[in-house]
Ligand binder design. Structure first.
Ligand code: P61
Length: 473
């Protein structure tokens, strides 16, 4: 395989901080062992998220200078609408401040309290907005998605039998819509095939069910279709994206991922009636329908970024970089979710720390340990992220993962080497690592702001012994 270099060169640099082990110990303690609560200045390589962390291009920055900051009717809005029409094929657009703003609006518009919303695995903010609107989420993803070692090429696919069974159980009129995410974040950035999208469309047509997409990482999904699905080799990603989206009634978009911007999102659709409702709500929650909580310059940056993200060379490098990191970890025997996904490498924390029970929070623990080792920041995606069910019981998801998320156009493969070396070091001393427990649990989306402490320290304090050094310190 020939080496794939960055299809861009670096015009501006941002210095990052290198820290000592002592500084990192102080930082993670102050953050309550929650990587979301670390200060960015204490982080060396930040793989918390690919959301809003992209480097923008010179073209995007130029477009920002041309932003129209009029309160109403700004031409920046027209630029976004033109770009969405041209690249995604949807005629109608309602901007929002970010993806969850769009999720909030669409959940309120399409869900009547008591209705059901199937989807291909939950996403935290998506499900919360569906529940706040009175809906009940149902996971209809294929079983392979819940198995970190399954090498199914389209692990994001909807299980058509599960979808049909839900229709039979509750009745099509009680299904508000089906939400198909491309790619599936919580499953490991796994794609959905074109054949699966078509098959879901057929069921929706048969029963008159609205087919929506969380299109947040649609370019990466299309790249996987190009790589893996019969009939798509050699077809440009931009074309595949248009075909994918032609099957959906509308999308929610977090522009912070595949529109290559630091902030922004939108709803796009074909139905005027949905747009009218979105405009009624957007003025209450976000801003005028032509800016949706964003500055004019943000709309312009998004209009340019969504086109750039469909470039085949950019995507080949981007997903190649994620793969580079994943393959280095695999070579060292570190258990990761396979196949390696589009935006991140997901470590199987349950297998990595198989001496810990899920209630000892293996993924939260591992994320803290990786930070302690090298200053690399990652994210828990397991029991803490899954939260509690309606009865207040902890959900126990099958996947207990740590996400090493690669920002777009930001780091080089040398950074990936530093990350891989660090994870491998932690893997080699994994048996010394003890779990964590909650000291403060926030009620909603608890992973963002909860605080933790090491179980060892807690046990020692209970026994009246002095607190021992942190595992591995
Ligand atoms: C992320 F820890 N993702 O992956 P907004 N749909 C999908 C997303 O990935 C997504 C949103 C909708 C983030 C940020 C984040 O539990 C968390 O623009 C598939 O972030 O509002 C966001 O888009 C929402 C991190 C969100 C989290 C929720 O890092």
């Amino acid at each position: 395989m020939p080496a794939i270099a960055e299809p861009y060169r670096i015009k501006m640099v941002e210095p990052i901080t290198m820290t000592t082990r002592e500084q990192r110990e102080a930082a993670i303690r102050a953050a309550g062992y929650n990587t979301f609560l670390l200060r960015s200045d204490d982080v060396y390589i930040d793989l918390l998220t690919d959301s809003g962390t992209s480097a923008m291009s010179d073209r995007q920055w130029s477009a920002m200078m041309m932003g129209d900051e009029a309160y109403a009717g700004a031409r920046s809005f027209d630029h976004l609408v033109e770009s969405v029409r041209e690249n995604y094929g949807f005629p109608l657009v309602c901007p929002t401040h970010q993806g969850r703003g769009a999720e909030h609006l669409i959940s309120k518009i399409l869900i009547t309290p008591g209705q059901h919303v199937p989807g291909n695995m939950y996403f935290t903010t998506t499900r919360v907005h569906q529940e706040l609107a009175g809906g009940t989420f149902h996971d209809v993803i294929i079983d392979e998605a819940h198995d970190p070692s399954s090498r199914h090429p389209f692990k994001g696919n909807v299980d058509l039998d599960k979808f049909q069974a839900l229709i039979d159980e509750v009745g099509a009129d009680q299904i508000a819509y089906i939400n198909v995410a491309v790619t599936v974040n919580m499953a490991g950035g796994q794609p959905v095939s074109m054949a699966n999208i078509r098959a879901v469309r057929e069921i929706c047509d048969r029963y008159g069910i609205i087919l929506w997409s969380d299109a947040t990482r649609l370019a990466e999904n299309a790249w996987f279709i190009q790589e893996r699905e019969d009939g798509y080799a050699g077809r440009p990603v931009a074309e595949i994206v248009r075909e994918m989206l032609s099957h959906f009634d509308g999308i929610t978009m977090s522009g912070k991922k595949d529109c290559l911007v630091n902030i922004g999102g939108f709803l796009a659709m074909r139905d005027e009636a949905i747009l009218t409702k979105a405009r009624e709500l957007v003025v209450v929650y976000e801003g005028m329908p032509t800016y949706g909580g964003l500055a004019g310059r943000d709309l312009d940056a998004m209009a340019v970024g969504l086109r750039e993200a469909l470039d085949d060379d950019y995507l080949t490098h981007r997903i190649g970089q994620v793969r580079y990191l994943g393959e280095r970890l695999q070579a060292a025997g570190v258990p990761i979710v396979e196949p390696i996904g589009g935006h991140a490498v997901f470590i199987d924390a349950a297998a990595f720390l198989d001496h810990l029970s899920q209630d000892e929070l293996p993924a939260q623990t591992l994320a803290a340990e990786i930070f302690l080792d090298s200053g690399v920041r990652s994210m828990e995606r397991g029991i803490v992220s899954a939260g509690r069910d309606a009865d207040g019981n902890n959900r126990h998801p099958k996947l207990e993962l740590v996400r090493l998320t690669i920002p777009r156009r930001v780091y080089t493969n040398s950074h990936m080497d530093v990350v891989a070396d660090s994870v491998i070091r932690v893997f080699q001393r994994r048996r010394e690592i003890q779990g964590l427990t909650f000291v403060y649990e926030s009620p909603t989306l608890r992973f963002f702001t909860s605080r933790f402490e090491p179980l060892v320290a807690e046990a020692a304090l209970e026994e009246g012994r002095p607190e021992p050094a942190l595992a591995g310190a």
